[in-house]
Design a protein around this ligand. Structure first.
Ligand code: ATP
Length: 361
């Protein structure tokens, strides 16, 4: 019996709508699989909370969260609160305090997804450095509001941080039978930080002689993503480059409604956090039409991280089945189904798949 406790932070906009469906999937597994038990505690830390309390979460929030096995996160962002507040006062403290230095984003073209790459096998992961790099709060502005104004934003690349994320990428490749790790760089123009990135990645690569390391400048790599996405297996990138490549990757395989992510603390010293790549989507929030697949797939990544790849595989197979059948499609997929319709269809598919599995054993 595996017993897990999960903190749930639905957040803003479509966050609560899609999280609701992901939790219902996990609750179904509670019911159907006698070897699995997961408890949930929901926290209302979001922009509403900020407007009421002047902060995004309570002072002891990180102490509270650290006792959970994992965090299931929806999305954050609200027009009434500046984006830098929602990001730097909620998501960043969790990622940094819990040393979630890997952001793992699968880029997989599921069967049944409308895409211009139909017929191709696109199945790779982006391993984005998640704790330092270009997204540091080191810097400042001088002479604000004047013509002489200067803004300095420092990029922080460390040998240790880069080696850690590179090692994760190579280990991932090794464990998943992949042959090549691709590193995103720009050391021809960013000659200090990116040269250190290159050196550190190369150093780690030597520990994995069976795996090839190829290194591309980010501009060329973006073009290769579009021209031959089927060639990639594991892509490792700094925080900014990884962020941009992830949105590009998700556009290749059907869009934001289908793209999950995991913020991982690979050592397991702290809980890891699982969230869709998309944001709070204020344009469709409250309409009940958001696609919950990215969130449900993020919950599957959570199960895989917690050691239940068997259940994660069932969820992904159920998602794929619903997509192939095309009877239930949210508007982003060209249909008129609601978030709840899609959640229900996936739960029904899971139920059937588990029944078949049980019959086979
Ligand atoms: P953020 O700055 O938080 O990323 P954003 O509005 O720039 O917010 P998203 O919230 O990710 O970016 O939304 C981008 C577009 O994708 C919007 O048009 C939104 O409606 C659409 N979108 C995002 N997530 C989904 C989803 N789950 N289902 C359907 N459409 C989605």
């Amino acid at each position: 019996m595996t017993n897990y406790q999960v903190a749930v932070i639905p957040g803003d906009g479509i966050g609560p709508e899609v999280v609701n469906e992901a939790v219902k999937v996990l609750e179904l597994l509670n019911k159907l699989d006698s070897t699995f038990q997961m408890g949930f505690t929901t926290y209302d830390w979001n922009s509403e909370y900020f407007l009421r309390n002047g902060k995004m979460m309570p002072d002891d929030a990180l102490d509270t969260l650290k006792n959970y096995d994992a965090i299931l996160f929806g999305a954050i962002g609200d027009r009434r609160v500046p984006d830098d507040v929602t990001v730097w006062d909620l998501i960043m403290p969790i990622r940094k305090k819990f040393n979630q230095y890997v952001n793992l984003r699968p880029v997989k073209l599921l069967k049944g997804v409308p895409s211009r790459y139909q017929g191709e096998t696109i199945d790779f992961v982006i391993v984005r450095e998640n704790a330092e790099g270009e997204y540091s709060n080191s810097g400042g502005r001088l002479y604000p509001g004047t013509e002489q104004e200067i803004a300095i934003q420092n990029t922080v690349i460390t040998r240790t941080g880069t080696k850690k994320v590179a090692r994760f990428a190579f280990e991932y490749a090794k464990q998943h039978g992949k042959t090549t790790v691709t590193s995103a760089t720009k050391s021809n123009a960013i000659i200090h930080s990116m040269k250190l990135w290159d050196e550190a990645v190369k150093e780690v690569g030597k520990e994995f002689p069976a795996i090839n390391l190829q290194s591309y400048y980010i501009d060329a790599l973006a073009a290769y993503f579009v021209l031959r996405p089927e060639d990639f297996e594991v892509v490792v990138a700094s925080n900014l480059f990884g962020d941009i490549l992830s949105d590009l990757g998700s556009a290749l395989v059907g869009g934001l409604g289908l793209s999950p992510s995991a913020n991982l603390n690979p050592e397991g010293d702290f809980p890891s956090m699982f969230e869709p790549v998309h944001g709070s989507a204020p344009d469709i929030a409250g309409k009940g039409i958001a696609n919950p697949i990215a969130q449900i797939w993020s919950a599957a990544l959570m199960l895989e991280h917690l050691g239940r790849k068997d259940l994660a595989d069932v969820i992904l197979a159920a998602i794929e089945q619903v997509l192939v059948q095309k009877q239930v499609q949210t508007p982003d997929l060209g249909g008129s189904a609601t978030t709840m319709d899609m959640g229900l269809a996936i739960r029904e598919a899971i139920q059937l798949l588990l029944l078949v599995k049980e019959g086979q054993s």
